[in-house]
Design a protein. Structure first.
Length: 390
């Protein structure tokens, strides 16, 4: 995806919001049809049947006919693909799209190729029923056959062209690096480098907490409530932008410096599952688990590996995370007692000491994946019992 900042006029914003409304309405309508399935009625309408129903609806409803048929059909296509990916196990079940949260639409086909470069800084795209919309040209235009226009919670419009990302060429020296992802240190490299994903500053975090307290005291639907909510969204967007920028620079640097990049095969979705439980069986340490989930997501674990796989395809290897933090990277001894603290690893056998995250990264770089149990001392082993006399 090559994303650019869109710069529509006030009149064009109304047309873009109308496209977003139509796309969201048809997505939710298709989701409602899918949810009405019962065994006795047979299958629910598919994409082709829904397009035929859309043609009839555009004749009957003038507000729907005012929009772009390309936008509306593509919303149905997006839902059909999301439904298929759900059955394939690739994505979660499609959910409802909400106004102010899921604002966007996609353009495909010949209409998506009406893109021009105006000068070194600006380009423009012809959006159906909106006209030519300018966007900030921050990189070369890709050869794409579709694009998606989105609106974030801060009010910024973006256009993203669907194109195969450019690969980063490795050095060709056969260098291998291991990456251990954590919450205190976002990424520890086997070379000894400790990388931290930037977030909000202490003053900005205090400001977010202050705004959240004001949001709780304000009346929902009021002007003050909307103003505070927008201020929080601006700070959150700043945090996301910093994390995205860090991931892009870090992954490009790693893809250029090393030929093989090894990471832990972590199930991030399962790791960040809520621990609230149910009323009958409430979860334990819920607040602690929620804080851990926020730290994992704020460190950009998933995005880091995803961008590495896109920039260095075929050069990213996933290693089992079992016992990588308990094995000595020098002698290979595995013992929980070697991990003295979050930051210190001292082997109980060879007394080798270094940063715990760097030690784990070196085990990952070596591709060590062991199946071991907790170390048992010789004195604790069970002595063989004599056979019972007949």
């Amino acid at each position: 995806m090559s994303r650019y900042r869109l710069n529509p006029t006030m009149k064009q914003v109304d047309g873009l919001l109308k496209h977003c409304e139509h796309a969201r309405y048809l997505w939710n309508l298709a989701l409602e049809q899918w949810g009405m399935w019962v065994r006795e009625r047979g299958p629910t309408p598919g994409f082709v049947e829904q397009c035929r129903q859309l043609t009839e609806a555009r004749v009957a409803e003038a507000w729907l006919a005012e929009g772009s048929q390309t936008v509306q059909q593509q919303a149905l296509r997006d839902f059909d693909q999301a439904r298929k990916r759900y059955f394939d196990g690739a994505n979660r079940r499609p959910t409802w799209r909400r106004a102010g949260v899921h604002e966007g639409f996609r353009i495909v086909g010949p209409a998506a190729q009406r893109v021009e470069k105006l000068n070194r800084k600006w380009g423009r795209v012809l959006v159906p029923k909106v006209g030519w919309v300018r966007f900030r040209l921050t990189r070369a235009l890709p050869a794409a056959k579709s694009y998606r226009i989105t609106l974030d919670r801060v009010g910024r419009w973006h256009i993203a062209f669907a194109a195969i990302p450019r690969q980063v060429t490795g050095p060709g020296t056969g260098g291998v690096v291991g990456i251990d992802r954590g919450t205190v240190v976002s990424a520890a490299l086997s070379t000894g480098e400790l990388l931290s994903c930037p977030g909000l500053t202490r003053r900005e975090r205090a400001r977010v907490e202050q705004l959240q307290r004001g949001l709780a005291r304000s009346t929902r639907g009021g002007s003050r409530h909307a103003k505070i909510k927008a201020a929080i969204a601006r700070l959150r967007a700043r945090e996301v932008d910093r994390r995205t920028n860090w991931v892009e620079h870090t992954t490009t640097d790693l893809a250029r410096r090393f030929d093989v990049i090894r990471v832990e095969d972590l199930k991030i979705r399962a790791m960040t599952t809520s621990a609230r439980g149910t009323i009958e069986q409430p979860g334990r340490h819920v607040r602690r688990k929620a804080g851990l989930n926020r730290s994992i997501l704020a460190s950009g674990w998933g995005k880091l590996v995803a961008r590495l796989e896109q920039k260095a395809p075929g050069r990213v290897e996933k290693v089992s995370p079992a016992y990588t933090s308990l094995i000595c990277s020098l002698c290979g001894h595995c013992a929980p007692e070697s991990r003295e603290s979050q930051a210190i690893f001292r082997c109980v056998v060879c007394r080798y000491q270094l940063n715990a995250d760097v030690n784990a990264a070196r085990n990952i770089a070596a591709g060590r994946a062991v199946i071991a149990r907790r170390e048992t001392s010789v004195s604790a082993k069970r002595e063989p019992q004599p056979a019972a006399s007949p």
